[in-house]
Design a protein around this ligand. Sequence first.
Ligand SMILES: Cc1cc2nc3c(=O)[nH]c(=O)nc-3n(C[C@H](O)[C@H](O)[C@H](O)COP(=O)(O)OP(=O)(O)OC[C@H]3O[C@@H](n4cnc5c(N)ncnc54)[C@H](O)[C@@H]3O)c2cc1C
Length: 354
Amino acid sequence: MRSQKLAERVVIIGSGPAGWAAAIYCARANLQPLVLEGAITEENRQAGTLPLGQLALTTEVENYPGFPAGNLESYLDHAIVKERRQYMVEHSKHGVSGPELMELMRQQAVNFGTRIVTDDVVKVDFSKRPFKLTSLSGKLTEAEAVIVATGARANYLGLPSEDAYKNRGVSACAVCDGALPRFRNKPLVVVGGGDSAVEEASYLSKFASRVFMVHRRDELRASKIMAGRARSNPKIEILWNSQLDEVLGNDREGVTGVKLGSTTGKSGSQHDASGVFLAIGHTPNTTFLDGQLELTDKQYIQWTTPQRTYTSVEGVFAAGDVADDYYRQAITAAGSGCMAALDAERWLAAQGIE
Ligand SMILES: Cc1cc2nc3c(=O)[nH]c(=O)nc-3n(C[C@H](O)[C@H](O)[C@H](O)COP(=O)(O)OP(=O)(O)OC[C@H]3O[C@@H](n4cnc5c(N)ncnc54)[C@H](O)[C@@H]3O)c2cc1C
């Protein structure tokens, strides 16, 4: 039985590919989903967590199926409502950009009846149903089922020069950006020394002329097997005991090099490079859950059943990067958003809520 106050059937928190895929599936299943897409605040801007998610922070998206290179301009004009289209930057005429793809997903969810509130969830009460969600503006929403799709954010060092060249040579995702023409046959820099740094460097070595790994210590944090992979790759050179002090570049070319400092008091160095890839981890957006869902040791939401999006609380589901620190791609996030919607729909039906 639905609660007397008529709680929402399903509320989706988050507005990346996972959130919109979940919304499209829930809406088409007549669940009339409500999406809390995040707030437009300076804090979210600085953290990279504005509505539409991480993909909205990038330029070309070349690996999301269905968008081969081409001029989408007139399609975008027709597919996206005028009020939102007018604020989008001019189409690049080269496949789909991150912001365009995210607007298309949002629009598709709206077309099937999804309602959207532009606000952050700052507090949850999952102790009993209906679940309670408090937003930044102080509004309380009740829900029979919740899909958490709040994503994660890539960690950056916080250097002004790093910020200045984001999307112009500075990236936090080799799989996403490594194959772009600007990085091909050029020297590249990877910052970090863990498994994902080695993975990023190995991936980039397929395209780059040379990959410099910048690491603060004199041995890698990566597992033995991964460290061995880095050492045996002829294109990878590890710059030990070094740290990124400045990204060098100019308006025309973007990134042109890096200035490195020494962590052992020796003199620094300078290297030519067309790209700088940060591989110093991600932070999942789970703080607002305040311990009410089981998390992994890296603070990601723990999926409790293989091949399902169930969490430690029955009726609460998780989708996308907030629960996945391994694949971290738009397509996998969208895929698990679909799974969460189907899981929520079946769970609600089992409770007699249709
Ligand atoms: C620079 C960059 C480039 C990338 N390029 C590619 C690429 O080319 N191809 C690819 O497949 N992947 C790419 N990725 C990875 C891809 O963007 C992510 O895997 C994907 O966006 C994850 O989707 P998600 O739905 O899980 O969450 P996210 O995209 O992280 O979105 C979650 C959003 O939910 C909202 N939110 C967070 N907390 C709250 C809250 N408390 N209340 C309400 N709302 C909240 C915020 O708006 C947040 O941004 C890139 C990532 C980055 C950073």
